[in-house]
Design a protein around this ligand. Structure first.
Ligand SMILES: *Cc1c(COP(=O)(O)O)cnc(C)c1O
Length: 378
């Protein structure tokens, strides 16, 4: 049995004809840059998320960089960021000459908390990058209230949770990426909404920020050959927009399938006391970009090796926390407790999770996990 961490080929085969037609339209038009499909996809994104502005760009890291650039911060201004995340969430802070301040995350849901953020605020703090890790929302209501109190910008890094919703105490719900001042996402092939290469987008409801964001992504100019500010060249290819336009129609179906895969894992693995299953936050829907378990008693690496010997791929997101990354630790302001992050780095294991996983494949995975712990006991 061949099991993949992410199965992009079989997902493609299901929608092959539609994709090829859409791609062919671009090839025939030859409008590879800024073709009409880019604008059409931006329109679809706005409708899907219920947000006023959607600005596509080259990738999720660029989205974060452009978002930070639009805030016009000064050198050494501080930006708070969770320490348990992908490097992209923080490297853009350092790249722009700003100072990252890392904070710990919640042990259960992997996301940072309003309490941890509040403790890290100084007079230099100007913004928070909130990462919605593995598929669900951080506690946005509480974080927004702190941001308001201290007058901080909130940038959402929604690369892993596109399509998920935050649920507020009054019962209302909002799509992630539309809650803070600016939302950023990635269409990298392993994300919930994925293209066939690199892609990203930025979201906001704010007229002034929207204008700045669009300018920055386009060499700092509104008109061609007339630059008003320092920008970058960051565009979504027309081909990728054409692919994404097709795939966006299937996103809710894909998210439903991810949920079903997670339910099966939950059911099959619930009696194993040596692992902790992913917990679902009450204030969020979950899109399971990753299904990440925690393995107790230093058995994580052994379990991974055992599963590998059975041809079951797994991944460690993330083995080294951001506060321990050499380049970042040189520039970050330190002093915050990282107990949960440090523990998670040695316990987490992400299982195969994608829209094409069959029940037989999942059975094979879960039976082998159980088998590992039976052997351990002997
Ligand atoms: C993937 C990812 C990014 C970066 O996206 P790219 O498109 O690869 O640049 C940023 N943040 C998080 C949390 C991610 O998972």
């Amino acid at each position: 049995m061949e099991i993949k961490m992410v199965d992009l080929k079989n997902q493609y085969l299901r929608i092959k004809d539609e994709i090829r037609k859409s791609v062919d339209e671009v090839l025939f038009s030859s409008q590879y840059i800024k073709g009409r499909q880019v604008e059409e996809f931006e329109q679809s994104l706005k409708e899907y998320l219920g947000v006023r502005y959607a600005i596509t760009c080259a990738n999720g890291t660029d989205a974060l960089q452009i978002a930070l650039m639009s805030l016009d911060l000064k050198p050494n201004d501080e930006v708070i960021c969770p320490s348990f995340s992908f490097i992209a969430s923080a490297e853009v802070i350092a790249l722009l000459g700003l100072r990252p301040v890392f904070v710990d995350v919640d042990y259960n849901n992997f996301n940072t908390t309003a309490k941890n953020i509040k403790q890290a605020i100084s007079i230099k703090t100007k913004a928070i990058i909130v990462v919605h890790l593995f598929g669900q929302s951080a506690e946005m209501e509480e974080i927004l209230s702190i941001a308001k109190q201290y007058n901080l910008y909130v940038i959402e890094d929604n690369a892993q949770s596109f399509g998920a919703e935050s649920i507020f105490s009054d019962g209302s719900a909002k799509k992630l990426g539309t809650i803070g001042n600016i939302g950023c996402t990635s269409f990298f092939p392993t994300k919930n909404l994925a293209c066939y290469g690199d892609g990203g987008a930025i979201f906001t409801d704010d007229d002034i920020l929207a204008e700045k964001l669009r300018m920055i992504a386009n060499h700092g100019s509104k008109q061609k050959y007339n630059s008003q500010r320092i920008g970058v060249n960051s565009r979504l290819d027309t081909l990728q927009a054409a692919i994404l336009q097709v795939k966006l129609k299937y996103l809710d179906q894909y998210l439903k399938k991810r949920q079903e895969v997670a339910n099966i894992y939950n059911n099959e693995l619930k009696n194993l006391e040596q692992i902790i299953l992913p917990s679902k936050s009450p204030n969020s829907t979950h899109t399971f970009n990753q299904y990440t378990i925690k393995v107790m008693e230093k058995k994580r690496n052994d379990l991974q090796t055992y599963l590998k010997s059975k041809n079951i791929p797994t991944a460690i997101y993330y083995p080294i926390a951001l506060h321990k990354q050499t380049a970042l630790s040189l520039v970050s302001r330190k002093g915050n407790e990282m107990t949960n992050t440090d523990r998670l780095c040695s316990e987490v294991l992400s299982l195969p999770m994608h829209t094409e996983l069959s029940i037989e494949q999942q059975k094979y995975i879960t039976e082998n996990i159980k088998q590992f712990f039976i052997q351990e006991k002997k």
